[in-house]
Design a protein around this ligand. Structure first.
Ligand code: ATP
Ligand code: MG
Length: 478
């Protein structure tokens, strides 16, 4: 150990150099000088092994004759490469007492011929049992073998050289790691910056496409509103032409009756003025025709008045003040009571199943009108030609705040080709037999208008018809 042989002068200075990380060559030069000072005639060198663990280069040997150290630079270690190359190769101390006689120097004797060295003792410097860092050598110009004190000196020198080399290696490794770390940090920072830029570009692109989407959506909304308006106008147009068409017949009949009456009265009057008297038979005939015309006028004006009354229902007043809170079961009970009076003399029955807890804030009057119209249809169309039949009204919660209300009959059903047209204004299969084709159109307008729901018709010929409404418990505010 280092403590076994005292190195009084310069030892503290050497340790300080190691501690402060002075250049390795300086430290090792200092060490060799310190050791040389312990034994007259002694020359010391330190060789280092390259990272490949095979090639040597000289680092210290301040007292050696100029030109000696470079002789060994780059040589490969081996079993007979002087004392140092062999010591590093064999990982053990090589004591050459006489260079002239040692076969391990055979290949090098000529090389060092002019330098006049005779003894060379070399010890490998270890990092650990696996790794050789270099060698520490002591040269004399005479044939000589080491005594105990010299062996101690070699030990101390090797140990200190090992510490200095290892420290330097660690320092360099740290430096290398730091650089690698810095490179890594720089690289990661660069990558992060690139990622950030990419993300920012994506956000910009996304908000741009969002804005475009919003614009498209807006255009769509406008287009949809226009479509709805157009559809409403088209509906209104067909309603108006339907009304004109429907009124045309009774009013045309009235006109015909009135003008016939007018013609006959004119003729009758002319006859009276010309003759100054009328025959009884002519008078009787005139009365009969006048009565006919009167009947025709009354009948057709009635029909026109009826039609006008049902047209009025089509335009449901949406600001109707009949809005109120009501319980669905009670209201439908009352409606059914009124409807049943219509069925008194028939074998048709109305059945209803309405849960007790459904409160509505809506228009019970309009709801009654809808149910009455649907029951009418069941009787007039569904049960036409039948003796008995059942109308069933069922309500159930469809989802929070929405109730499905259906009116079904087990009657004749609707032909598939008519099913999609039953809500159209003036669609009727009872043309000229009392049907105006407005009943279900009024139902559609009320349900999708004031009541704020939707209505659909399902039917199968021979099995019956079911009109299903989906209604909000709170009707929309207009
Ligand atoms: N429950 C039903 N069973 C069979 N067919 C039906 C039923 N309800 C409606 N329809 C068919 O739908 C058509 C249209 O019905 P809608 O109530 O609109 O007119 P309408 O009853 O013919 O005339 P209005 O109701 O104006 O007196 C009817 O003519 C009928 O063909
Ligand atoms: Mg009807």
């Amino acid at each position: 150990m280092a403590g076994a042989v005292p190195l009084p002068t310069g030892q503290a200075e050497l340790l300080e150099m190691i501690a402060l990380g002075a250049p390795l060559a300086d430290t090792l030069n200092r060490l060799t000088l310190l050791i040389e000072g312990q034994s007259p005639g002694l020359f010391c060198t330190v060789l280092l092994l390259d990272d490949d663990g095979r090639h040597v280069h000289a680092i210290a040997g301040p007292s050696m004759p100029p030109g000696y150290l470079p002789l060994f630079d780059g040589h490969e270690i081996g079993p007979a490469v002087g004392s140092c190359g062999t010591a590093m190769y064999l990982r053990q101390t090589v004591i050459t007492t006489d260079i002239a006689a040692d076969p391990r120097w055979d290949g090098y004797r000529d090389l060092i011929a002019g330098y006049d060295f005779r003894a060379c003792w070399s010890t490998p410097i270890f990092l650990n049992s696996d790794t050789v860092l270099g060698s520490f050598a002591m040269y004399y110009r005479e044939v000589r073998s080491p005594g105990a004190r010299e062996l101690e000196l070699i030990n101390v020198a090797t140990h200190i050289a090992g510490i200095a080399i290892e420290r330097k290696r660690n320092e360099e490794m740290l430096k290398r790691y730091r650089h690698e770390l810095e490179d890594l940090v720089r690289q990661r920072t660069e990558e992060l910056r690139a990622e950030k830029e990419k993300a920012e570009a994506a956000v910009v692109a996304m908000s741009k496409s969002n804005a475009e989407l919003a614009a498209v959506l807006n255009t769509l909304n406008v287009a949809q509103e226009e479509l709805v308006q157009n559809k409403k106008l088209a509906g209104l147009g067909s309603l108006v032409s339907g009304i004109a068409h429907e009124l045309n017949t009774p009013i045309g009949n009235c006109l015909m009756a009135a003008s016939t009456m007018h013609d006959q009265t004119t003729a009758f009057n002319a006859q009276f003025v010309a003759k100054g008297s009328v025959k009884r038979s002519d008078l009787t005939a005139y009365f009969a025709e006048a009565k006919n015309a009167g009947d025709m006028l009354t009948r057709n004006l009635h029909r026109a008045a009826e039609l006008i009354a049902s047209f009025k229902q089509v335009a449901v007043d949406q600001t109707n003040s009949n809005r109120r809170h009501f319980m669905l079961d009670t209201t439908i009970d009352n409606i059914c009571l009124t409807l049943r009076t219509r069925l008194r003399k028939t074998r048709f029955i109305i059945d209803h199943q309405i849960p007790g807890h459904l409160e509505f804030d809506s228009y019970p009057g309009q709801l009654g009108q809808v149910l009455s119209s649907l029951v009418d249809n069941a009787i007039v169309h569904g049960f036409e030609g039948r003796e008995d039949g059942t109308i069933t009204i069922v309500a159930q919660v469809e989802r929070e705040g929405w109730v499905s209300l259906s009116v079904s009959d087990d009657g004749n059903g609707i032909a598939p080709e008519n099913l999609s047209r039953v809500f159209d204004p003036f669609f009727t299969t009872k043309l000229g037999k009392g049907g105006s084709g407005l009943g279900l159109n009024v139902v559609y307008n009320i349900v999708s208008g004031v009541l704020g729901g939707i209505v659909k018709a399902n039917s199968e010929i021979g099995k019956g018809t079911c009109i299903v409404m989906t209604l909000p418990q709170i009707a929309p505010q207009f």
